[in-house]
Design a protein around this ligand. Structure first.
Ligand code: AMP
Length: 508
């Protein structure tokens, strides 16, 4: 095969008149039109002299042109590097330098910000606006249209994705053609996608969830999607009756539940509602089920590995669990220090091996080595366990694990208990430096509107439900938890904010 990923996802749509994307304003884009634009953009890349393996950074807002650049990179064998449009110019400069990008595609506005700051004189810069204007489309119209794809093999890098890590130097995960082919195939089959599906796509597309999970599954199954620039509850409520499926993060479902319009009747034709990228609480899953009669299917994955596990499509979906490892993925739970495998029920680090796993961090040999065991298993840094039916449950990030007085406390276990207390909307439990215990536990509480619980009652309730060493030593109230765009709680920011909480207490 000449270019495995292009053949797998794009080529077959060449002359199709089927709708690929529908937009909120009532307009749409067919698959055939999409592939034609890919050929035009790809031709302009080749006219610039770009060669397979060169890096193309893309920093624009979500639009169909973002997906055109993605397809054009695959077609011309270039490495696609999508960048969150909210990143600052300083961050962008880091990514351009670290990846040694050959071309940056961005807006005119960003180009003005960059003036005089780029040190790499070989870097091409082209503009592309949300409405499809700019210097890149102008070039594409002039270039001779080349439809043949560049030759690639399965192990070649298709994309570089900077991980959303919140500490240290951002690392770019090298995602291969094989990673994307195997994962899209598995998910399409597992979740029974077909050409009849219509997906509500409100996710960002610089991230693996919106780009490689949602978009690749749609391309592979020849389905179509309502392509929203961002999450908008009222628009989504209107689109639900015209759709068969939605993929989202837990905060989407929390916000949909706030609307009384979310009912059984509204969602009756939705066959699949998927959640991932952050933990969906059991309470939220149950609430959604009570309201709509639909059990959200929770899955688990990460930038480096694509999707890892999923609750079953047919069969029992367990609230609070991320389901079974996907077919072809070898998943084990290990003691993080010794690397020894642990039996069901025991919490340890989630490790895995499979065609879905990335080939390493771009030009970071040491970090790559540290991320893999000698037998090739990737260390996710997530803590989890198998239950006795083989479902995986995530209990948090290894770096969020609290060790207090020598005992391990998994924040999620405490948060799960706290979140069940009437009046607590959500909570985040963190470990902070403490002179005697090493670390001590602080609970950050978000109360339900107008229903602030009494602290004494909360303390009593926790002591009734958890071993004493797991109970927080202090409680603070906030109005909301800090989150990134995908709804992940940024515990590092909370730890930073309250860093001296216990040490100051002692002094005072
Ligand atoms: P990212 O690389 O940005 O996709 O983040 C991956 C991380 O998100 C994983 O390592 C997990 O910590 C977390 N994550 C993804 N899906 C889930 C889920 N369903 N439940 C809990 N955490 C999740």
């Amino acid at each position: 095969m000449k270019n495995p990923l292009f053949e797998h996802l794009f080529k077959k749509h060449e002359n199709s008149e089927k709708t690929f994307l529908s937009f909120v304003d009532g307009t749409s884009l067919t698959y055939g039109e999409y592939i034609r634009m890919i050929y035009e953009f790809s031709s302009s890349f080749r006219a610039m002299g770009l060669k397979p393996g060169d890096r193309i950074s893309l920093k624009i807002e979500k639009s169909q042109y973002f997906l055109v650049v993605y397809g054009a990179c695959i077609h011309s064998g270039l490495i696609f590097l999508p960048i969150n449009e909210n990143y600052t110019t300083k961050e962008l400069l880091y990514f351009l330098k670290d990846s040694e990008s050959n071309l940056l595609i961005t807006t005119r506005q960003e180009v003005i910000q960059l003036e005089g700051k780029i040190t790499n004189t070989d870097l091409f810069i082209e503009t592309l606006e949300k409405d499809g204007t700019g210097s890149l489309p102008a070039l594409a119209k002039c270039a001779d249209c080349l439809t043949y794809p560049e030759v690639r093999n399965l192990k070649d890098i298709a994309a570089l994705l900077y991980t959303s890590g919140t500490t240290g130097r951002p690392k770019a995960a090298m995602i291969t053609h094989e990673n994307l082919i195997s994962n899209s195939k598995t998910l399409t089959e597992m979740w029974a996608f077909s050409g009849h599906d219509k997906l509500i796509h409100a996710l960002p597309i610089y991230h693996t969830h919106g780009l490689f999970v949602a978009t690749n599954v749609i391309l592979l199954s020849s389905a179509s999607m309502f392509f929203l620039s961002k999450f908008d509850r009222d628009i989504i409520i209107k689109l639900i009756p015209k759709s068969t499926t939605i993929m989202g993060v837990p905060t989407y479902y929390a916000r949909l539940l706030e609307s009384p319009k979310l009912t059984r009747k509204l969602t009756q034709d939705m066959r699949l509602i998927v959640s991932g990228s952050a933990p969906l609480t059991k309470e939220m899953s149950d609430k959604f089920f009570e309201r709509t009669g639909k059990r959200i299917l929770e899955r688990y994955g990460m930038t480096e590995t694509n999707m890892i596990s999923s609750n079953p499509y047919d069969g029992k979906r367990k609230a609070g669990s991320v389901g079974y490892p996907l077919p072809g993925i070898n998943l084990r739970i290990c003691n993080p220090e010794t690397g020894l495998c642990l039996p069901p029920g025991k919490v340890g680090e989630i490790e895995l091996k499979g065609k879905n796993v990335f080939s390493g961090y771009w030009r970071m040999q040491k970090e790559t080595q540290e991320a893999f065991r000698l037998d090739g298993f990737f260390r996710t840094g997530d803590l989890g366990k198998f239950d006795n039916q083989g479902y995986v449950e995530i209990v948090g990030r290894l770096k969020d694990l609290i060790i207090t007085g020598g005992l391990n406390v998994y924040p999620k276990e405490v948060e799960n208990v706290l979140n069940r207390f009437v009046g607590i909307e959500e909570s985040a439990v963190i470990g902070l430096p403490h002179d005697d215990f090493g670390e001590s536990i602080l609970a950050v509480i978000i109360s339900e509107k107008g229903n602030k619980p009494c602290e004494k009652d909360v303390i009593q309730y926790l002591e009734d439900n958890l071993a004493k060493y797991k109970c927080p030593k202090a409680y603070v109230s906030e109005t909301s938890l800090p989150r990134n765009n995908l709804g992940k709680v940024l515990k590092n920011l909370l730890r930073e904010k309250y860093r001296n909480y216990f040490t100051n207490l002692k002094k005072s």
